[in-house]
Write a protein that binds this ligand. Structure first.
Ligand SMILES: Cc1cc2nc3c(=O)[nH]c(=O)nc-3n(C[C@H](O)[C@H](O)[C@H](O)COP(=O)(O)OP(=O)(O)OC[C@H]3O[C@@H](n4cnc5c(N)ncnc54)[C@H](O)[C@@H]3O)c2cc1C
Length: 527
């Protein structure tokens, strides 16, 4: 339980730094806004953002150019003219197709972010919201928004590789180009127009800057303190209309902290079990009192029993929703550089659709799977010793539930978790084979000085992620916006949520927006 959650950097004694969570800084404006909201700035906190350019991503395809066998590669370039020229050389007409695609992606971005993402839900449908939407209406095409992403990109590109390089970003939201709606083209839109950035010194700089800024605003940060229960009570004044209300939290060491409201940052689908903790339903008898929370709970036994039952029911329900991939992260310290790799690299299987199915067993992994590789020292040399590379590979696989785990990965409390070891071994072999096939060198394995791996079980243990799904709840149309779990619980007074599995969704910039929307909601509720 330390500051930063999934956003962490780990530096070895030998001087290799790995960002173990976020590695792509997208939507830089949202970072600036978050620091400004805390009365400071990135610059004031010593955080320098460097553009990742000219190559935002390098994409390695198992498939060759049409009519040619063997792997091929293309770069996502920040420069529009250079990008269009590169694509035109691949497929006549694709240069112009790219310019049209970019205009559409930018339009989705300009409309989608302020109107649907960075806005409280009730405003979306009210007069002010609709007025903001008006300028976009003449150009809106429902199929461009809701049509299947890969299919929709056929209007711009015939070559499957070109469609793939503008749709793999769907992975960030737990989808594939064959399940995502085309509106997620806004992800490629921001990468290509706002740019991809990197915080020099690693993502830990963002974490530490935020902590300093929050503390300067008066926040008190308590680390190493596991919350094991959310305490509740009946409202004696009856002002909640019969709903239980939160009275604080219970820590693993038995301490109870009193609070008028609780904003919960635990992965939302794993948070409701906290209402069902013994302290929350029977704290009056088990704690022996001594705190305000304990005495409040003792007045509200019936209500806390209701909250516990509600927590159990929500926990069950949320467990059945759709989740993003489980991810195996290989963090490698390499004794030499792989010059063929850019800062951000994506490897895409030639088995276009099947490769997106999450593998639960080694034999389900394609020969060349879809995966991502980051080499931050391309932009920031401080991430690795001279002449070396610091590499993180993310391999999407089945999450715990898809592996058939009976623990369900719900609480981080143990249980019979699935065995990822065969997938870890097979995944490493496939990745290294893809490196060889892509011409990056045949001896990469022998250059790995050190390795540490984080698998879905570890994601669950470290951060309490339900089913070990690295990016939380997925973002299909049935789990977006109105259909995504809300930032305020409707049945327990004073219980709020922030983070990737509530609204608006996954990714650091969206979590900043989530925090802003929840804070506004709390202020409104408090009048
Ligand atoms: C491998 C990986 C790569 C990613 N890459 C990117 C990227 O490139 N760009 C990007 O923008 N996003 C990326 N993301 C997504 C991004 O990391 C998340 O969306 C974001 O960090 C989630 O923030 P959060 O506050 O919702 O949750 P978390 O960061 O998980 O924070 C929740 C915190 O709550 C703590 N907690 C949980 N339960 C308890 C409890 N009972 N008591 C006390 N504390 C508790 C956890 O320990 C954790 O510290 C990536 C994520 C992963 C895993």
């Amino acid at each position: 339980m330390r500051v930063g959650g999934r956003l962490q950097s780990a530096t070895s004694a030998e001087g290799f730094r790995h960002d173990t969570g976020p590695s792509l800084l997208l939507f830089p404006d949202k970072y600036h806004e978050a620091f400004e909201a805390l009365g400071t700035s990135l610059e004031e906190q010593g955080i320098q953002l460097a553009p990742v350019k000219p190559t935002a991503y390098r994409v390695f395809f198992e498939a060759g150019r049409p009519g040619q066998p063997g792997p091929s590669q293309l770069d996502l370039l920040a420069d529009e003219a250079a990008m269009a020229a590169q694509l035109e050389a691949e497929e006549p007409g694709a240069g112009e197709g790219y310019r049209r695609f970019l205009r559409m992606a930018r339009r989705h971005l300009d409309m989608g972010v302020p109107y649907f993402i960075d806005r409280e839900l009730e405003e979306v449908a009210n007069a002010r919201g609709l007025q903001d939407l008006l300028p976009f209406l003449p150009e809106l095409n429902v199929l461009d928004l809701l049509g299947q992403h890969d299919w929709r990109l056929r209007q711009f590109f015939r070559d499957q590789r070109l469609r793939a390089m503008f749709t793999f970003q769907d992975l960030y939201v737990g989808l594939s180009p064959y399940t995502a709606p085309a509106v997620f083209g806004l992800l490629a839109g921001t990468e290509l127009t706002d740019g991809v950035w990197y915080p020099l010194g690693g993502f830990q700089k963002v974490r530490d800057g935020l902590q300093r800024a929050a503390e300067a605003c008066g926040a008190r940060v308590l680390t190493g303190a596991e919350v094991v229960g959310i305490a509740t009570a009946a409202d004696p004044a009856g002002s909640t209309g019969g709903k239980p209300r939160v009275t604080g939290v219970v820590l693993a060491d038995g301490r109870q902290l009193t609070a008028d409201l609780v904003v919960c940052n635990r992965d939302l689908p794993a948070a409701y079990s906290l209402l069902d903790h013994e302290h929350s339903s029977s704290s009056s008898s088990s704690s022996g009192g001594g705190s305000d929370a304990a005495s409040s709970s003792s007045k509200g036994g019936a209500a806390t029993a209701a909250a516990a039952a509600y927590g159990r029911q929500q926990h069950e329900r949320l467990g059945r929703l759709k989740y993003s991939a489980g991810v195996i992260a290989y963090n490698w310290s390499l004794s030499r550089q792989l010059p063929g790799l850019a800062h951000h690299n994506v490897f895409l299987s030639g088995d276009w659709q099947a490769a997106w199915r999450p593998a639960a067993r080694p034999e389900e992994l394609p020969r060349w799977p879809n995966f991502y590789a980051a080499v931050p020292n391309r932009t920031d040399p401080s991430a690795a010793p001279p002449g070396c590379d610091s590499v993180m590979v993310l391999l999407p696989v089945a999450h715990q539930q898809q592996m058939g785990s009976s623990s369900g990965g719900s609480s981080g409390g143990g249980g019979d978790r699935p065995d990822y070891r065969p997938l870890i071994e097979a995944g490493r072999r496939r990745i290294l084979a893809a490196f060889v096939a892509a011409g990056l060198g045949s001896d990469v394995a022998s250059a790995i000085q050190q390795e540490f791996v984080i698998d879905p079980n570890e994601w669950e243990v470290r951060y309490g992620l339900r089913h070990g799904a690295a990016f939380g709840l997925s973002h299909g149309l049935d789990q977006l916006s109105l259909f995504r779990p809300a930032n305020r619980d409707a049945s327990v007074q004073g219980l709020y949520f922030v983070g990737a599995s509530t609204r608006p969704g996954n990714g650091v910039p969206l979590c900043f927006i989530s925090a802003k929307l929840t804070a506004n909601r709390v202020l409104k509720d408090l009048g």
